[in-house]
Ligand binder design. Sequence first.
Ligand SMILES: [Fe+2]
Length: 142
Amino acid sequence: MEKLFVCKVCGHIEFGSAPEMCPVCMAKSFTENPDAIMPAEKEGKEKHVPVVTTSASCGLIPGECKDVFIKVGSVAHPMQDDHWIQWVDLYINKKFAARSQFAPSSIQAATCVHVKKDTTGEVTVIEHCNKHGNWMAKTTLP
Ligand SMILES: [Fe+2]
């Protein structure tokens, strides 16, 4: 299995090797953790495994995007002051591409990332729940 490295400051995960600097928070301190991501079949998966869908066309930047839509859980995860989805990180071909960060007050655990139209390959999404850790899903760009 591929090695996982976790940023000690912001929790961002990198695949394969630790980068010199965290692409999210610029920290230079990673720790290897083979258990950083919850197994896909673990209890609670319905509310934590991201649901990732794509669209080959975009209404916001027509002709220039492929859209990746992400919601956390096939059953919507709670967004409460003591239990919420803190962020969603998106990778393209295992390279970090975007983070959506959430406060629990008025936000649903969902986001959209606008990917350049000529980009191809695999999308990986990792979400972080403050109580239940990191959960992952994958799909392929259209
Ligand atoms: Fe949770």
